[in-house]
Design a protein. Structure first.
Length: 451
């Protein structure tokens, strides 16, 4: 990629001092691991800086190899050899065995406490048993969004049907309209709605105002492409093992750490905080074998999870073109950023204009932003710093891969229409009522969701 001499004013890497020109996509990164202006590694010092840079370089090596493969083959597909699948299966089985052993041990202790009548122990171990069951099997949980069969939104159902036939899958029958920005596909119990697990597509209503209909199709194509492998037997088996183990480690740490923090805040008695600190160290040491197991599994599964993401992206690019896909990706990211940074400001605007609809106010907010601001803002949200911890490629790499596929841009048959009208419910001429409902959901809080 060293076709051009760095221009005289090219920024220098603040870590190693080498000149670092932007690549042809406008992204800046340095071979030493620096990921461009604003990279948090700039403020890190000593060992933590060295560790972060090492992590970056290793992750970058993996990313470069993947991107080179995609550019060469002009396609992205999860190459999974039999040996690789066998290894992942064996490790997953080991993880389930460990969790099973923890479960059996906890049930045994619970029985002991019940017989002794030690009710504190009974309460504690009932909770542990329930938690282990939850990590293994999952329990229905309330969805922060409006759950409905896709037929409740005729335009969205038609779009989903069209995208599904392009991708070559069955369209999902359930839709979760949620007040945020992201899109996802999930297979879950829809509490109170459907008693068996259903495939549902999550639609972030806030992003719709920044997309046209083709961009919406591209993002839906990505999600529907996920459906094929994420809900396959192996996908669920491997993914389930990793997240179950992660939840257990997280819970062990969370339990002791909240104790510790709570205590130091309430009473500054040094003996109890030292006791809690010892507890933290003990739990940390006790979870080392579990953490090692998780780390090994995570590193091995990385290849599959990253390949899955590239593959889903490639499906979207092949169906709707790289430009529509990249625009959709940036629309979702920029909206997520706005929801984090400007939500309160937009709420104040709503009050000032006496507009009860957050989503129409959000569209007005974007329409009033100057184009000179929008472009750089979108470019900024497209940033990402590589780390081995991530099971997904960073956004700049997804953009690079999308362009490297060299898929032909489909001709625009008709002018692009804004996408937000697609969630108009059956029998309703516009989106006002549904957006008011989503506005209430947005500000009434509800639990925070990942993804
Ligand atoms: Zn550098
Ligand atoms: Zn994805």
């Amino acid at each position: 990629m060293e076709r051009d001499q760095p221009p005289a004013e090219a920024s220098r890497c603040p870590i190693c001092g080498r000149p670092t020109p932007a690549d042809q996509f406008g992204f800046v990164e340095c071979a030493c691991g620096w990921g461009g202006p604003g990279d948090p590694v700039e403020s890190a010092r000593g060992l933590s800086r060295r560790f972060t840079l090492l992590d970056r370089r290793l992750a970058t090596r993996i990313a470069r190899r993947e991107l080179a493969r995609i550019a060469r083959a002009k396609r992205a597909e999860s190459a999974s050899s039999l040996l690789y699948i066998a290894l992942l299966s064996a490790l997953s089985a080991l993880i389930y065995l460990v969790i099973g052993a923890l479960l059996v041990g906890s049930i045994f202790l619970l029985a002991q406490y019940v017989m002794q009548g030690a009710w504190l122990g009974v309460a504690l171990f009932s909770m542990i048993v329930l938690y282990l069951l939850w990590t293994l099997f999952g329990l229905p949980s309330r969805v922060h969004g409006i759950v409905a069969p896709s037929s409740a939104y005729p335009q969205l159902a038609a779009t989903l049907g069209e995208v599904a036939s392009q991708v070559g899958v069955k369209p999902p029958k359930w839709v979760i309209l949620h007040p945020g920005a992201g899109f996802y596909i999930t297979r879950r119990m829809l509490w109170g709605r459907a008693l068996t697990p259903r495939v549902a597509v999550g639609v972030g209503a806030a992003s719709l105002g920044q997309m046209n209909d083709r961009e919406l199709r591209a993002v839906l194509a990505h999600e529907l492409a996920h459906d094929q492998h994420e809900h396959s037997f192996f996908g669920r088996f491997f993914g389930g093992a990793e997240s179950a183990l992660f939840n257990i480690i997280d819970a062990m740490h969370g339990g002791i750490e909240t104790n510790y923090k709570g205590r130091t805040a309430r009473m500054r008695s040094s003996t109890s905080s030292i006791g809690a600190l010892v507890g933290v160290v003990v739990v940390w040491i006790a979870t080392i074998p579990l953490r090692l197991l998780w780390l090994v599994f995570h590193m091995i599964r990385l290849r599959l999870s990253r390949a899955d993401e590239y593959e889903a992206d490639a499906v979207a690019v092949e169906c709707y073109g790289a430009q529509a896909f990249i625009n959709a990706l940036t629309a979702v990211l920029a909206t997520a950023e706005t929801m984090r940074g400007a939500r309160v400001g937009i709420r104040q605007e709503m009050a000032k204009r006496n507009n009860p609809n957050f989503y129409s106010e959000l569209r007005r907010h974007y329409a009033e932003l100057p184009a000179s601001y929008l472009g750089p803002m979108r470019q900024k949200t497209l940033r990402g710093y590589r780390t081995l911890e991530d099971s997904h490629p960073i956004t700049p790499d997804r953009v690079r891969a999308a362009l490297a596929l060299g898929a032909p841009e489909p001709p625009a048959t008709q002018p692009a229409a804004p996408a937000y009208g697609v969630i108009a419910p059956a029998g309703s001429a516009d989106t006002e009522t549904i957006e008011l409902q989503l506005t209430r959901l947005l500000f009434d809080g509800g639990r925070k969701r990942r993804r």
